[in-house]
Ligand binder design. Structure first.
Ligand code: SF4
Length: 320
C-alpha cells in the first residue's frame, strides 16, 4: 500500500502561486542580523563559521517519552532564541571573539569541555538536546580536514575551480562528517545557499541545475499541512497528529515525498532551491509548531489543504 503520496493538484497550485509571487528572493544570511545571529559582512572567520555551523543545524527540539514536547529555546546574550538561531548566535559570538574559532585546527585542539562551552547560554549551560552527536561530528570534521591538511577555504578554492562548482561542493561535503550522513544533503545544500547568497559571495554558482531541495522538519510540516504530500495510512496519520516518534521507514517515506514535491516545485517554477526554501522558511512562523496556525491571514490559504492537525515527523536524526 502506498501510504504517502504526492498530490499533483496541490503541486500545480503551489507552483502557480510561487511563479506569480514576485517577492520570492533568497535570504542573504546577513541582513537583519546586525552581527548578532550571523557574522557581519566581511567578518574574518565567517567562512569557517558557516562551514561549521551549517553542519550542526539539527535536533533543536525536546522529546518527552515518545512524543515531541517543545522546541529548544534558550537565552543567549540577552535574547531568547530557538535552536537554529541559538546555534548561529553562539557560533557568531565565538567567531567575533576569535576569528580562528572554527578552523579545524582550533577545533581539534579544544577539549570536550571547551567545545561545549562555545554553546553556553546565559544560565551557563549548553542547552543543545543532541550534544553527544554534535561532539562526535565536531571530532570527525576536524579529523577529516587534518588528514588532508586542508581548511574550508582550501576546499572552497577547489570547488570554485571545478566546471560545476555547486556539484563539486556537494560532492566534497558528501565526504565530510557533519554533512556526509544525510543522503538527501539538507545541511550541505543549506551551506551552498549560504555561501552563494552571503554578501561576500563566497561561492559563485554556474550550475544551478545541480541544486537539491532542502528538506528539514519545518518544510515537512508545511508539505503535510498544505497537502503537497498526502498521508493516507490511518496509523501513520494518527502518529503525526499525536506527535509521536516515527520509525525510520515512516520518516523516510515522508521526507522522500517532501523532497520530490519540492523538486517538482523547483522544476515547474524555475525558482532556485534558495528561493523556494526561503518561502517555506517564512511559512514556519505563519504555520508554527506550538500555536494554532492563523490560516485566514496566510497568503496561501486559498490553495492550502489546511491539514493543520498534521505535524512533522518526530524522529531523532543529525540530518535536520
Ligand atoms: S497557516 Fe493555514 S493556510 Fe497557511 S500554510 Fe498553514 S495550514 Fe495552510
Amino acid at each position: 500500500m502506498q501510504s504517502v503520496s504526492l498530490d499533483e493538484v496541490q503541486i500545480a497550485a503551489f507552483a502557480a502561486y510561487l511563479k506569480q509571487t514576485a517577492g520570492i528572493q533568497p535570504f542573504d544570511f546577513c541582513a537583519r542580523s546586525e552581527g548578532f545571529i550571523y557574522p557581519e559582512r566581511d567578518r574574518p572567520g565567517a567562512l569557517e563559521t558557516f562551514f561549521f555551523a551549517c553542519a550542526h543545524q539539527f535536533g533543536f527540539w525536546i522529546l518527552a517519552e515518545d512524543r515531541w514536547d517543545k522546541p529548544m529555546v534558550a537565552r543567549i546574550d540577552g535574547r531568547d532564541l530557538k535552536g537554529s538561531d541559538f546555534l548561529f548566535r553562539a557560533c557568531t559570538r565565538a567567531c567575533q571573539a576569535d576569528p580562528s574559532a572554527f578552523s579545524p585546527a582550533t577545533l581539534a585542539a579544544r577539549t570536550n569541555g571547551q567545545l561545549s562551552d562555545l554553546f553556553r547560554d546565559d544560565a551557563g549551560i549548553n542547552p543543545l538536546p543532541m550534544w553527544p552527536e554534535h561532539l562526535a561530528l565536531i571530532r570527525g570534521y576536524a579529523d577529516w580536514f587534518a588528514a588532508r591538511r586542508e581548511t574550508p577555504a582550501d576546499a572552497l578554492r577547489r570547488v570554485q575551480a571545478a566546471p560545476k562548482p555547486l556539484f563539486a561542493l556537494l560532492e566534497i561535503l558528501a565526504e565530510i562528517p557533519g554533512y556526509a550522513e544525510d543522503p538527501l544533503q539538507k545541511k550541505a545544500m543549506l551551506l551552498a545557499i549560504v555561501l552563494e547568497n552571503r554578501p561576500e559571495r563566497f561561492l559563485r554558482v554556474t550550475d544551478p541545475e545541480s541544486a537539491v531541495p532542502i528538506i528539514d522538519y519545518h518544510l515537512q510540516r508545511s508539505a503535510l499541512r498544505t497537502g503537497l504530500v498526502r498521508v493516507d495510512d490511518p496509523s501513520l496519520r494518527r502518529k503525526l497528529v499525536a506527535r509521536e516518534v516515527l520509525s525510520r521507514t515512516e520518516e523516510e517515506l515522508i521526507r522522500a515525498a517532501t523532497y520530490d514535491a519540492v523538486g517538482r516545485l523547483m522544476a515547474r517554477t524555475g525558482l532556485s532551491a534558495a528561493a523556494v526554501d526561503w518561502f517555506f522558511f517564512q511559512n514556519r512562523t505563519r504555520c508554527p509548531e506550538t500555536t494554532e496556525p492563523d490560516c485566514p491571514a496566510c497568503p496561501v490559504q486559498a490553495i492550502c489543504a489546511r491539514e493543520t492537525q498534521l505535524f512533522q515527523p518526530v524522529f531523532r536524526t543529525t540530518a535536520y
